[in-house]
Structure formats: structure tokens, C-alpha cells
Design a protein around this ligand. Structure first.
Ligand SMILES: Cc1cc2nc3c(=O)[nH]c(=O)nc-3n(C[C@H](O)[C@H](O)[C@H](O)COP(=O)(O)OP(=O)(O)OC[C@H]3O[C@@H](n4cnc5c(N)ncnc54)[C@H](O)[C@@H]3O)c2cc1C
Length: 399
């Protein structure tokens, strides 16, 4: 049995590291448990909107993040079948002035490494890889964590940042994953291999009935990150062999030549069946709370899962800087974060429905709205990106 730790964070993904960074900078003694042999990140690209950048700024890592980022000029929405441009968002001065930050795309490993390095620079953070949490047991004055390697760790407070299949969450809820019936292929291609007449200063989302494709550059535009998403009949039927590459090509069969050319590389990709969960109205049990995908797993259609996890970390850091009582910390944290993240979870589902619309009347209405909006009209984004809706910042430099 190990000595009692001050704060144990379960999971060394982007959410867990962001929380460790914030709490570590506050001076808390943090122990970070990770099931993998090494701290790392899977997948390739990540979009980070102004709200995510604001949170990274609070954590003091923004300059490092910007060194690895690509700053797209526009987000262009195109019809996946006709190839016609439907709408765009210009990430120029107006956007930056409105939200205080730009919009970036970045390799996941690069963002993860920046956070990991920030944590490693703090000597009050202990890293324990190869520690897969199996079970959490609560006692009056501490929590016990049983790991698959036999370790039993005692903690004053636990933050479960162990992702969509969180074992920590089982202490709080026995809810089930909600299958979306959609499958994602995530793949990267070297920019020089992409024989397409595309301006990689921009980010593209191609939308069509039951399909969409996202494309953007990372790593100084040397690599193109692509995510092809489609409604899978075999996922719906409950087949284990769902989302085959044949099904991908069949679903994108009517798409425009640029998409079909891009999908030639899809076979190299990582296939993910897409699930989320319904929002919970409680994340906390005595000394244990949840953060990131463990708390609010969402479909990726608003590109917000990691951004919300980093916002969680900032909020938790702020309430811990202002309160010492764990009960109070955890209730203030979830009071602030549950409404915000539930709105994003629901918004992501809705935006998926809009993107993937199959009914011709809905498509006509959607496209008419998109074609008639001004590229610098951001009113649909304020709820997500504006400072008003994000966690208040805290100056960690003064702690
Ligand atoms: C196709 C796709 C595209 C996306 N694009 C974006 C985007 O552009 N922008 C954005 O903001 N978000 C995006 N997301 C969402 C984003 O990837 C997640 O929301 C984010 O990674 C969640 O971070 P996390 O740290 O909460 O969880 P995770 O990244 O899942 O990390 C959990 C960590 O916990 C560890 N772990 C798990 N179980 C245990 C255990 N029992 N014991 C110990 N350790 C454990 C895991 O190994 C992992 O390291 C996307 C998601 C998908 C699927």
C-alpha cells in the first residue's frame, strides 16, 4: 500500500495532462496514472478553436503550442457530391478580435508533447505508466485505487480522465455508450503525395448524405490529416466486422472526384466506431470526479472533445486555487462544467444530423442557409468560442 497522495489523475491523455499541468502549477502534489507503457497519444490531427486556445493560454503553454500549429486562413464547407463551395468561415482579424484567439490545427502528438513537457518541468508531478486502473473504492478520508499491476494507491482526491471507456466513471454511473452508427477513418498523407489542386492554407469539410470528409494540414503543412466519416449499415446491424474499406468506398461512391482521389489513401487509416454518452447530471462521488471524455464523451463533429477537456482542467484549477475543501471544489467544478459540456455534447449530435442530412428538403434548406451566410458572420459560434461562455481564466504565474 502506498502513502496517501494529494491528487491522483487517472489517464495521461490531453485532458489528464492539462489537469496535471494546472494543478501542478498551483503547487498540488499530483500523481498521474496511465495504463500504457509510455505516455503518448493516438491519432493524427486535432483542431483547436479559440476556446481551447484560451484554456491553453491559462495553462501557460500557448507559445509552445503555436510553434507546432498551422493557422488555416478559412474553414471551407463543400458539397461532397457536387464539389460546390457552400459556405466558409474566415479566420482573419474579425474572428481573432471577436474571440481573442485564432483557430489552429495541430498534430495530436505535438499538443500532447507540449503538455507532457510542461508537466515534466514540475517536480511535484509523479508519472506512473503501466498502471491500469481497475477499481475505485471510497473511504471517509481517502480513496483507494486498485491497478491491474497489483498496485493499490491511496489518494485524497481522484480525477478520472480515463477516456470514453472510463473505469473511474463506473463509480458514478452505470450508463452505457450510445452508438452513433457512424464510423471514422483517420489517415494522414504526405502533402507531396496528394495530387490535388487544393490550397492547403485552408481547412475543408465536405458534407453529403450520411457522409463527410474533413481535411487539413499539420506539421508545417507537410502532412495532410483526413477524417472520412460514414453511416455504416453493418454498425447498425451490430456486425463486428463493421466499417470495412469496401463499405467506406460504397458510401462515398457518388462523391466528387477530389474526394474519391483523397480516399485512395484511406486503407492506411485507423478505423473508429463512433459512440458518445448522454450527459450526466452528476460527475462526483465524495472525493472523486471526472474530466474530459470520461465525463462528457461527445461526437467529434464540433471538434470540441479535447477543447472541453482543457476547459475542464482550467476550471478545476481555478476552483482549487480558491477553495481548500474537496467537497466544495468538486461541487463548484461540476456546477460550472456540466451545463457547458452537456450543451456541447448535444450540439455535436445536432451538427452531425445537419452535416449528414439525407432528406432532400432538409438538404435544400441547409444549403440555402449556408450559401447565404457571410463568411465573417460568426453568430452561430459565439456560444462555443466566446470568452463569456468559457471558464474564467486564472493567473497561474502568481501561484
Ligand atoms: C475522429 C475524431 C476526431 C476528433 N477531433 C477533435 C478535434 O479536432 N478537436 C477536439 O477538441 N477534439 C477532437 N476529438 C475528441 C478528442 O480526441 C477527445 O475528446 C480527447 O482526446 C479526450 O481526451 P481525454 O484526455 O479526456 O481522453 P483520452 O484521449 O481518451 O485519454 C484517456 C487516457 O487515459 C488512459 N486510460 C484509459 N483507461 C485507463 C485506465 N483504466 N487506467 C489508466 N489509464 C487509462 C488512456 O490510455 C489515455 O491515455 C476527436 C475525436 C475523434 C474520435
Amino acid at each position: 500500500m502506498e502513502e496517501v497522495k494529494e491528487v491522483v489523475i487517472v489517464g495521461g491523455g490531453i485532458g489528464g495532462l492539462a489537469a496535471a499541468c494546472g494543478l501542478g502549477k498551483l503547487g498540488k502534489k499530483v500523481t498521474l496514472l496511465e495504463q500504457a507503457e509510455e505516455f503518448g497519444e493516438v491519432g493524427a490531427g486535432l483542431q483547436v478553436g479559440p476556446n481551447g486556445l484560451r484554456a491553453l493560454d491559462t495553462l501557460g503553454v500557448l507559445d509552445e503550442v503555436y510553434k507546432h500549429a498551422v493557422f488555416p486562413r478559412r474553414h471551407v464547407f463543400k458539397d461532397a457530391i457536387t464539389g460546390k463551395e457552400l459556405s466558409a468561415l474566415v479566420f482573419g482579424e474579425t474572428f481573432r478580435e471577436r474571440y481573442g484567439y485564432p483557430y489552429i490545427v495541430i498534430h495530436r502528438t505535438d499538443l500532447h508533447t507540449v503538455l507532457l513537457e510542461a508537466c515534466r518541468s514540475l517536480d511535484n508531478i509523479t508519472f506512473k505508466s503501466n498502471h491500469r486502473l481497475l477499481e475505485v473504492t471510497e473511504h471517509d478520508d481517502h480513496v483507494e485505487l486498485l491497478c491491474a499491476n497489483g498496485a493499490v494507491i491511496r489518494a485524497e482526491m481522484v480525477v478520472g480522465a480515463d477516456g470514453i471507456n472510463s473505469n473511474t466513471r463506473k463509480l458514478i454511473s452505470n450508463d452505457k455508450l450510445v452508438p452513433s452508427e457512424y464510423v471514422a477513418y483517420r489517415f494522414t498523407v504526405s502533402a507531396s503525395e496528394m495530387k490535388l489542386d487544393i490550397d492547403w492554407d485552408e481547412k475543408f469539410t465536405w458534407i453529403g448524405p450520411g457522409i463527410h470528409l474533413v481535411q487539413y494540414p499539420v506539421r508545417h503543412k507537410s502532412v495532410i490529416n483526413q477524417v472520412a466519416v460514414f453511416k455504416s449499415q453493418s454498425f447498425k446491424d451490430g456486425s463486428d466486422n463493421c466499417g470495412t474499406v469496401e463499405e467506406l468506398h460504397q458510401m462515398f461512391g457518388n462523391s466528387c472526384p477530389t474526394i474519391r482521389e483523397s480516399l485512395k489513401f484511406a486503407e492506411q487509416g485507423m478505423v473508429t466506431k463512433l459512440f458518445d454518452r448522454d450527459p450526466l447530471d452528476n460527475w462526483t462521488s465524495k472525493r472523486v470526479t471526472l474530466l474530459g471524455d470520461a465525463a462528457h464523451p461527445m461526437l467529434q463533429y464540433l471538434a470540441q472533445g479535447a477543447c472541453q477537456a482543457i476547459e475542464d482542467a482550467v476550471c478545476l484549477t481555478r476552483v482549487m486555487s480558491e477553495n481548500s475543501d474537496i467537497d466544495k471544489v468538486l461541487s463548484l467544478y461540476q456546477e460550472e462544467r456540466i451545463p457547458r459540456t452537456a450543451q456541447v455534447q448535444r450540439g455535436a449530435r445536432q451538427w452531425g444530423e445537419i452535416k449528414h442530412a439525407e432528406d432532400p428538403t432538409t438538404i435544400l434548406l441547409r444549403n440555402t442557409i449556408m450559401e447565404n451566410r457571410d463568411a465573417e458572420d460568426f453568430k452561430y459560434l459565439d456560444w462555443l468560442y466566446s470568452k463569456r461562455t468559457a471558464p474564467a481564466a486564472i493567473s497561474l504565474a502568481q501561484q
